[in-house]
Design a protein around this ligand. Structure first.
Ligand SMILES: [Zn+2]
Ligand SMILES: [Zn+2]
Length: 170
Protein backbone atom coordinates (compact mmCIF):
# COMPACT_ATOMS: atom_id res chain seq x y z
CA UNK A 1 0.00 0.00 0.00
CA UNK A 2 1.43 3.38 -0.92
CA UNK A 3 1.17 6.53 1.13
CA UNK A 4 -2.15 8.27 0.92
CA UNK A 5 -2.25 11.33 -1.25
CA UNK A 6 -3.99 14.59 -0.49
CA UNK A 7 -4.86 15.98 2.90
CA UNK A 8 -4.88 13.55 5.78
CA UNK A 9 -7.54 15.31 7.85
CA UNK A 10 -10.28 14.63 5.34
CA UNK A 11 -9.78 10.90 5.56
CA UNK A 12 -12.50 10.28 8.13
CA UNK A 13 -15.30 11.80 6.05
CA UNK A 14 -14.22 11.18 2.51
CA UNK A 15 -12.74 8.11 0.94
CA UNK A 16 -11.05 8.02 -2.40
CA UNK A 17 -11.29 5.24 -4.92
CA UNK A 18 -8.32 2.90 -4.73
CA UNK A 19 -8.26 2.72 -8.51
CA UNK A 20 -9.05 6.36 -9.21
CA UNK A 21 -7.32 8.36 -6.44
CA UNK A 22 -8.92 11.63 -7.57
CA UNK A 23 -12.47 10.32 -7.26
CA UNK A 24 -14.27 10.60 -3.93
CA UNK A 25 -16.54 7.72 -3.08
CA UNK A 26 -18.49 6.04 -0.31
CA UNK A 27 -18.64 2.69 -2.03
CA UNK A 28 -16.47 -0.23 -1.07
CA UNK A 29 -15.91 -3.73 -2.33
CA UNK A 30 -18.18 -6.29 -0.65
CA UNK A 31 -15.33 -8.80 -0.66
CA UNK A 32 -12.09 -7.02 0.23
CA UNK A 33 -13.48 -3.72 1.51
CA UNK A 34 -11.27 -1.48 -0.64
CA UNK A 35 -12.78 1.76 -1.89
CA UNK A 36 -14.27 1.75 -5.34
CA UNK A 37 -16.15 4.31 -7.40
CA UNK A 38 -18.97 4.05 -9.92
CA UNK A 39 -16.45 3.93 -12.77
CA UNK A 40 -14.76 0.77 -11.63
CA UNK A 41 -17.30 -1.17 -9.57
CA UNK A 42 -18.36 -4.57 -10.79
CA UNK A 43 -21.92 -5.70 -10.24
CA UNK A 44 -21.86 -9.20 -8.77
CA UNK A 45 -24.65 -11.45 -7.54
CA UNK A 46 -23.64 -10.72 -3.96
CA UNK A 47 -23.23 -6.93 -4.22
CA UNK A 48 -20.68 -4.59 -5.71
CA UNK A 49 -17.04 -5.48 -6.00
CA UNK A 50 -13.74 -3.94 -6.98
CA UNK A 51 -12.33 -4.78 -10.43
CA UNK A 52 -10.02 -7.38 -8.90
CA UNK A 53 -12.59 -9.30 -6.89
CA UNK A 54 -15.16 -8.82 -9.64
CA UNK A 55 -13.10 -10.95 -12.00
CA UNK A 56 -13.73 -14.03 -9.89
CA UNK A 57 -17.36 -13.23 -9.16
CA UNK A 58 -19.01 -13.18 -12.58
CA UNK A 59 -22.67 -14.07 -12.67
CA UNK A 60 -22.92 -17.87 -12.99
CA UNK A 61 -24.82 -18.00 -16.29
CA UNK A 62 -24.09 -21.64 -17.03
CA UNK A 63 -24.58 -22.98 -13.54
CA UNK A 64 -27.99 -24.27 -12.68
CA UNK A 65 -28.97 -22.63 -9.42
CA UNK A 66 -30.54 -24.47 -6.47
CA UNK A 67 -33.92 -22.82 -7.07
CA UNK A 68 -33.96 -24.33 -10.53
CA UNK A 69 -33.29 -27.75 -9.06
CA UNK A 70 -36.11 -27.29 -6.58
CA UNK A 71 -38.44 -26.42 -9.45
CA UNK A 72 -37.18 -29.29 -11.58
CA UNK A 73 -37.69 -31.78 -8.74
CA UNK A 74 -41.22 -30.46 -8.18
CA UNK A 75 -42.05 -30.81 -11.86
CA UNK A 76 -40.34 -34.22 -11.96
CA UNK A 77 -42.45 -35.50 -9.07
CA UNK A 78 -45.61 -34.12 -10.71
CA UNK A 79 -44.75 -35.83 -14.00
CA UNK A 80 -43.97 -39.10 -12.18
CA UNK A 81 -47.30 -39.09 -10.33
CA UNK A 82 -49.38 -37.72 -13.22
CA UNK A 83 -47.66 -40.02 -15.70
CA UNK A 84 -48.02 -42.98 -13.36
CA UNK A 85 -51.75 -42.40 -12.92
CA UNK A 86 -52.32 -41.99 -16.68
CA UNK A 87 -50.25 -45.11 -17.20
CA UNK A 88 -52.48 -47.08 -14.80
CA UNK A 89 -55.54 -45.86 -16.72
CA UNK A 90 -53.85 -46.82 -19.98
CA UNK A 91 -53.15 -50.29 -18.60
CA UNK A 92 -56.76 -50.66 -17.48
CA UNK A 93 -57.84 -50.08 -21.08
CA UNK A 94 -55.00 -51.60 -23.10
CA UNK A 95 -53.39 -53.90 -20.53
CA UNK A 96 -54.68 -56.94 -22.36
CA UNK A 97 -52.44 -56.13 -25.31
CA UNK A 98 -49.28 -56.93 -23.39
CA UNK A 99 -46.42 -55.08 -24.99
CA UNK A 100 -48.62 -52.08 -25.75
CA UNK A 101 -48.61 -51.22 -22.05
CA UNK A 102 -44.99 -50.06 -22.37
CA UNK A 103 -45.91 -47.29 -24.77
CA UNK A 104 -46.72 -44.70 -22.05
CA UNK A 105 -43.02 -44.78 -21.13
CA UNK A 106 -42.38 -42.84 -24.34
CA UNK A 107 -45.05 -40.27 -23.51
CA UNK A 108 -43.85 -39.89 -19.94
CA UNK A 109 -40.26 -39.58 -21.18
CA UNK A 110 -41.25 -36.84 -23.58
CA UNK A 111 -43.34 -35.03 -20.94
CA UNK A 112 -40.61 -35.26 -18.29
CA UNK A 113 -37.99 -33.77 -20.62
CA UNK A 114 -40.31 -31.10 -21.95
CA UNK A 115 -41.83 -29.89 -18.68
CA UNK A 116 -38.59 -30.00 -16.69
CA UNK A 117 -36.79 -28.13 -19.44
CA UNK A 118 -39.48 -25.44 -19.45
CA UNK A 119 -39.45 -25.10 -15.67
CA UNK A 120 -35.73 -24.24 -15.73
CA UNK A 121 -35.82 -21.94 -18.78
CA UNK A 122 -34.26 -24.54 -21.04
CA UNK A 123 -31.14 -24.86 -18.91
CA UNK A 124 -29.26 -28.12 -19.11
CA UNK A 125 -27.17 -30.04 -16.61
CA UNK A 126 -26.28 -33.50 -15.44
CA UNK A 127 -28.39 -33.04 -12.31
CA UNK A 128 -31.45 -32.20 -14.41
CA UNK A 129 -30.82 -35.35 -16.45
CA UNK A 130 -31.02 -37.44 -13.27
CA UNK A 131 -34.25 -35.71 -12.24
CA UNK A 132 -35.79 -36.32 -15.69
CA UNK A 133 -34.74 -39.97 -15.61
CA UNK A 134 -36.09 -40.27 -12.07
CA UNK A 135 -39.46 -38.91 -13.18
CA UNK A 136 -39.80 -41.60 -15.86
CA UNK A 137 -38.68 -44.36 -13.49
CA UNK A 138 -41.08 -43.00 -10.84
CA UNK A 139 -44.04 -43.17 -13.24
CA UNK A 140 -42.96 -46.68 -14.24
CA UNK A 141 -42.84 -47.84 -10.62
CA UNK A 142 -46.24 -46.30 -9.88
CA UNK A 143 -47.76 -48.10 -12.88
CA UNK A 144 -45.93 -51.37 -12.24
CA UNK A 145 -48.61 -53.13 -10.17
CA UNK A 146 -51.13 -52.56 -12.97
CA UNK A 147 -48.78 -53.54 -15.79
CA UNK A 148 -48.80 -56.97 -17.43
CA UNK A 149 -45.51 -58.84 -17.70
CA UNK A 150 -43.79 -57.46 -20.80
CA UNK A 151 -40.25 -58.52 -19.99
CA UNK A 152 -37.25 -57.40 -21.94
CA UNK A 153 -39.08 -55.49 -24.64
CA UNK A 154 -40.86 -53.43 -22.01
CA UNK A 155 -37.53 -52.51 -20.45
CA UNK A 156 -36.17 -51.39 -23.81
CA UNK A 157 -39.11 -49.04 -24.27
CA UNK A 158 -38.63 -47.80 -20.70
CA UNK A 159 -35.03 -46.96 -21.52
CA UNK A 160 -36.05 -45.19 -24.72
CA UNK A 161 -38.43 -43.11 -22.57
CA UNK A 162 -35.65 -42.31 -20.09
CA UNK A 163 -33.29 -41.49 -22.95
CA UNK A 164 -35.84 -39.12 -24.49
CA UNK A 165 -36.25 -37.29 -21.16
CA UNK A 166 -32.53 -37.10 -20.46
CA UNK A 167 -31.60 -35.80 -23.91
CA UNK A 168 -33.94 -32.85 -23.46
CA UNK A 169 -32.21 -31.51 -20.34
CA UNK A 170 -28.68 -32.94 -20.46
ZN1 LIG B 1 -12.28 -6.28 -3.79
ZN1 LIG C 1 -12.63 3.86 -9.36
Amino acid sequence: MEQQTGTGQEEAQTAHCDWHPSVETRLSCSQCGRNICTQCLVQASVGIRCPECGKTAKMPTFDVQPTYYAKAVGVGVAVAIGGGVLWIIFNAIFGGFGILSSIPALGVGYAAGEFISRSVNAKRSKGLAYIAAGAVVGAYIISLPSSPQVGFFGLIILFVGIYTAVQRVK
